[in-house]
Design a protein. Structure first.
Length: 366
């Protein structure tokens, strides 16, 4: 039987998809049942992602609760959940919001039904608001680095003090294009911990931000010779690129920066086939939602069959990052704290659709 300590209501306030491009706050949304591998989290804060607007405009699931990133307190646990979690713990995580297959699961709700393997126990010195930025960034950056790009290195910590960590011989460079985005800073930090040499592109105003997460060198993408600067700095050896911006001009910049031997280019959005101009570069793009191990029921190219291997990688990734969090090795992306409750969350999705948010993440205390 599920371990339920707090009395859960049958209905709640939540932000749901109403029609294409439109959200609504309702007060009678069902609370998700406590499945064996699920935790029910009483929400304290939520963060906005570009995907919150993109998927609302592209692949609507009317009536489904929206939202990916959240933090709060566990109020119920299923019987097959990780042993380190308990009712009353402060946690942060990620869910597949506006999911036609699980319409009662979404981050923009009073009570979030989350897969417990994808929750982080928040350190005592970390606020709910800062922690709400973690989930999507960790999932996206981890899947990008350790599956699609298949970089060398690992986030695994030694099992006991004094054990030597095997270091990568001749650590390779990795370029994070869009190093000031929430996924960009997370990818820089994880790549650095794994033993790589992360470099980044962003606007000069965000150079210090990228460096604070571990970027060895930062380049201004506005410079006409940005690609050549990168080729020079890396001695034309760059072989790994994560494009967190994923527009035509950043694809071209990244391909030009990769060294003469070629390598791997990974985007967060579909790229134009006509831009695949280098036969020695393997190009791909990812959907982070595959880490939940379920079919991704989205329209067109965003849809995915269930990928059990991504679920296994995701569980390992979140367990590894939990250990890094516990040791103070994970830092949170800067936030802009917003007020106004759930109605403001709806406005926040519109804001991120209509304007570029750079160097910080919109977070709402709810």
């Amino acid at each position: 039987m599920p371990s339920v300590v707090y009395s859960l209501p049958s209905h709640q306030t939540a932000v749901v998809a109403r029609q294409r491009g439109q959200l609504a706050v309702i007060h009678d949304a069902p609370v998700a049942p406590v499945d064996p591998k699920m935790a029910i989290v009483k929400t304290a804060a939520v963060a906005i992602n570009p995907a919150d607007a993109k998927m609302l405009d592209y692949s609507i699931a009317p009536g489904a609760i929206h939202g990916y990133d959240f933090s709060g307190t566990i109020v119920a646990l299923g019987e097959h959940t990780p042993a380190h979690l308990a009712v009353g713990d402060r946690v942060a995580g990620v869910v597949h919001g506006m999911n036609a297959l699980q319409p009662n699961v979404g981050g923009f709700a009073e009570y979030v039904g989350a897969a417990a393997e994808f929750l982080f126990k928040i350190p005592d010195d970390m606020s709910f608001e800062d922690a709400a930025t973690l989930g999507t960034g960790v999932g996206t950056a981890g899947l990008a680095l350790f599956k699609e790009l298949n970089v060398p290195g690992s986030l695994e910590l030694p099992e006991q003090d004094g054990k030597k960590i095997k270091k990568i011989k001749s650590p390779p460079f990795i370029l994070i294009c869009g190093g000031s985005t929430a996924t960009g800073t997370r990818a820089i930090e994880l790549a650095k911990i794994a033993g790589l040499r992360p470099i980044a592109t962003c606007s000069p105003k965000n150079f210090d931000l990228a460096r604070s997460f571990g970027a060895e060198q930062v380049f201004d993408y506005h410079d006409e010779d940005c690609a050549e600067q990168i080729r020079s700095y890396t001695s034309k050896s760059l072989a790994y690129v994560l494009d967190c911006v994923s527009l035509a001009h950043t694809t071209q910049l990244c391909l030009a920066a990769i060294g003469r031997a070629g390598g791997r280019y990974l985007a967060l959005e579909p790229y134009r086939d006509k831009l695949a101009t280098r036969k020695t570069v393997k190009m791909s793009w990812i959907m982070m939602l595959t880490i939940f191990g379920r079919r991704v029921a989205l329209d067109g190219v965003y849809g995915r069959d269930a990928q059990p291997e991504d679920y296994e990688l995701g569980k390992t990734l979140f367990a590894q990052v939990q250990k890094l969090l516990d040791k103070g090795m994970i830092h949170t992306h800067p936030i802009q704290l917003m007020g106004g409750g759930w109605d403001s969350v709806v406005k926040g999705v519109d804001q991120i659709r209509n304007s570029e948010v750079s160097g910080y993440k919109l977070v709402y205390s709810v």
